[in-house]
Design a protein around this ligand. Sequence first.
Ligand code: NAD
Ligand code: UFG
Length: 338
Amino acid sequence: MKILVTGGTGYIGSHTVVELLTEGHEVTILDNLSNSDKRVVDRIEAITGVRPDFEEGDIRNKDTLDKLFSDTAYDAVIHFAGLKAVGESVQKPLMYYENNIAGTVNLLKSMGEHGCKNIIFSSSATVYGTPAFVPITEECPKGTCTNPYGWTKSMIEQIMTDLCISDKEWNAVLLRYFNPIGAHESGMIGENPNGIPNNLMPYVTQVAVGRLKELGVFGNDYNTHDGTGVRDYIHVVDLAIGHVKALSKLKAGSGLSVYNLGTGQGYSVLDIVKNFEEATGVKIPYVIKPRRAGDIDECYADPSKAEKELGWKAERGIKEMCADSWRWQKNNPNGYDD
Ligand code: NAD
Ligand code: UFG
């Protein structure tokens, strides 16, 4: 298939492009490089032996989109482009609503006008808010998000739902990711956050590589087995493969579908520290800090719907996730700047 991947030089997008190319799909990446590096395209080529087309551009620019869809009859779009920093979204809500929501509406309009009505969207477990129950199934009611970033995901899901109701030619797959970590086993592509990382695993790897002194563990009084927060960490390559599998849903012409992409297994912050140390032999000093605003006790998926309907199941375990995150960080201590 011919696939347009928005946000394809980013963390999850780049791993998905590798899997798409490996499966023989033709890929064009559209990315404005606001949170990624063009050198990712070289790395993707080095891994797969195929160079994806790359267009530097913004999903908010309708002319850019119209030109892409006029030039090529894409079978589907995989839509990763978006801003994702939770704290920044609280400070700059309009920037998030404009980039994520206005950008997505723009994309959907251009797609519809050019007869490309198949889309896979990067949603998030954040749409469940404080989950009504765990493990979380897709039937779990959506909840109150604690930040504008989360609301953009929830609102875009609604926009795509309404679009599929209004026009039966549209097929949309909403993939609700749990916590992606890890990196391609080559160590050539991986997560490359700007500044001090917000998320656990990049913080841990930067402590390991000596860029940061110690990990702050945000709270040890949660209602979990050791008091620290529990999440469903999923290897980014498993997540990427989930997107390739989800393409089959678009071909089947099935309207709107929603899937959790997680492993079904929860790990606490201290479990992650322990597994990282065992997998890499590197010690992670940590201190207990106060809880972080908006965090919940535990969040993990029931991923059985994706297995039943897409034939997809996460295969990579926690040790492999830690080892692969570490290989990427160790080989690229300054990200793509090396
Ligand atoms: P990322 O920041 O690495 O990738 C996003 C890419 O989109 C970047 O390359 C960025 O330059 C690009 N981009 C942003 N705004 C754009 C615009 N207006 N036009 C064109 N390109 C634009 O993030 P990621 O971790 O790879 O996440 C990919 C998607 O998955 C995002 O939508 C994110 O919200 C979602 N998601 C991520 C996580 C996570 O923990 N990483 C969890 C759930 C959902
Ligand atoms: N944590 C620490 N110290 C840190 C960073 C995180 O103790 O320095 C803890 C958090 O308190 C939490 C766990 O590690 O218990 C995971 O935190 P992350 O920030 O890595 O991930 P979250 O579950 O908070 O959120 C992530 C993404 C969201 C997404 C959500 C669900 O950041 O965008 O997963 O997919 F919505």
